[in-house]
Design a protein around this ligand. Structure first.
Ligand code: ZN
Length: 62
C-alpha cells in the first residue's frame, strides 16, 4: 500500500504524516507498527492526542 512512499529502513510507514489510530490500530498493542519499539512520547496538537514513537518517529492520533 505504501510501497511507493517507502523511504526508511523501517516497515515503510511515512513518519512525516500522522496516522489515525482508528484506521491503523496497533498490530501489537503498545508497540510501534513501524519498528516494534514500545516507548512513545505524546503531545497534544489541535486538541488531538498524538503518540510519537521515540525510535522511528511514527505518529498516530489517538
Ligand atoms: Zn517506531
Amino acid at each position: 500500500m505504501l510501497d511507493e512512499k517507502k523511504k526508511t529502513e523501517w516497515k515503510g510507514y511515512d513518519t512525516s504524516i500522522v496516522y489515525d489510530f482508528k484506521e491503523y490500530p496497533d498490530k501489537v498493542s503498545g508497540r510501534c507498527d513501524n519498528c516494534d519499539h514500545s516507548l512513545f512520547k505524546s503531545s497534544i496538537k489541535d486538541f488531538v492526542f498524538i503518540r510519537e514513537c521515540r525510535n522511528c518517529g511514527m505518529k498516530k492520533s489517538i
